[in-house]
Write a protein that binds this ligand. Structure first.
Ligand SMILES: [Zn+2]
Length: 362
């Protein structure tokens, strides 16, 4: 039986903080155990970080093999991320749940797109877009309560030249979100384009990824509907490079450059309107795993207070996903910092100790 003593500032959420806690048999307790602790960890102790947009099992070439996916999950874990909401993976990663040294993973199944309307080999591509509701129902049954749609992407075949356009009609979206909800799953959607958002909101989507195209009226509507947005600023930082690659399509390139230039203002506008901004690295594909501290620093650079970013990356995301944080009897999944990331976000990059399922893993 491993007993750890946690000392310093044990932070459950913005209102609950104590000076001592213990890890006993893999679980948290606030009652001093009768057994002498084997070790004491001192510092600012936060619930394990949550990356809500992360692709375990995805590389720039599509699905990875199992050892690569495992290495990705370990890189996430060693950055303090102990809970991941997957944002779609071409690899079946259900085995992750059986490996106690890996972070907890809430899977979204395989993300859904159309042929030639997303990155090659990433998504499940539906030849007939009317298949979307049935495919959503299948992915809802396959995942852990989430389904991921690619809602817009460049269409290279437009008469006026390539540009971002929606992949699905409003009816296809509405029927698909209803199918997911009927199957007990929530839906999140990749969206860059302004043209997609009204239909997504009307369909009752549960979460938005990127949302770089949201205009002021749509931002108000997102706030009124209480839908969170994963800002993915590390990904949006690459929009300039994506625009360079798309110079054959001037309208597309101009749009991507404009969204890149406005990315901090966009996130601050969403935040100021009252939209919950989520912390997601979009790792897998072109972004390496383990960069949650960099994404958090980007959100602070955009103007969101560090304390709010830390809350979003810990207890708020855990509540939203229904996974307990720093409460009596919960699995001891926590990160210890020498300095408080709520006052200096850079501290997030230097965890002093990481405890997963009661075991110190770093
Ligand atoms: Zn992604």
């Amino acid at each position: 039986m491993t007993v750890l003593h946690l000392r310093g500032r044990i932070v459950a959420d913005e209102e609950h903080e104590v000076g001592d806690a213990w890890v006993l048999d893999g679980r948290l307790t606030f009652d001093r155990p009768s057994v002498e602790p084997e070790a004491t960890l001192t510092g600012v102790v936060l619930p394990g970080l949550v990356d809500v947009h992360c692709h375990v099992g995805l590389s720039a070439a599509g699905a990875t093999d199992v050892p690569t996916a495992r290495a990705q999950a370990l890189a996430d874990r060693d950055s303090g991320v102990l809970l991941i909401r997957d944002a779609g993976s071409p690899l079946d990663t259900s085995w992750v749940a059986d490996e106690p040294e890996l972070p907890r993973l809430v899977r979204a199944g395989h993300h859904l797109a159309r042929p030639r309307r997303y990155l090659r080999d990433y998504a499940r591509e539906l030849a007939d877009p009317d298949e979307l509701p049935a495919a959503v129902a299948q992915e809802a049954a396959r995942g852990d309560g989430w389904v991921k749609l690619v809602a817009d992407w460049i269409d290279r075949d437009l008469p006026a030249g390539g540009d971002l356009t929606p992949l699905w009609t409003s009816r296809q979206l509405a029927e698909s979100v209803a199918a997911a909800h009927a199957g007990g799953a929530r839906v999140t959607a990749h969206t860059f384009a302004t043209e997609t958002l009204d239909d997504l909101l009307a369909a009752g989507v549960d979460c938005l990824e990127h949302a770089t195209g949201a205009d002021p009226a749509q931002i108000e509507a997102i706030a009124a509907a209480g839908i969170p947005v994963t800002a993915t600023l590390l990904q949006v930082a690459q929009f300039g490079v994506i625009a360079e690659a798309g110079t054959r399509f001037p309208a597309f390139a101009a749009r991507m450059r404009a969204m890149h230039a406005r990315r901090y203002d966009q996130v601050r506008d969403l935040h100021d309107a009252g939209v919950q901004i989520l912390v997601g690295t979009d790792a897998g594909g072109t972004i390496v795993h383990g960069r949650i501290a960099d994404e958090a620093a980007e959100l602070v650079a955009a103007g969101i207070p560090a304390a709010q970013v830390v809350a979003a990356a810990t207890w708020q995301a855990r509540r939203w996903l229904g996974v307990p944080g720093m409460v009596e009897g919960a699995s001891a999944d926590l990160v210890v910092y020498a300095t408080d990331p709520r006052t200096d976000i850079r501290a997030l990059a230097e965890p002093a100790a990481i405890v997963l399922r009661g075991v110190r893993v770093r």
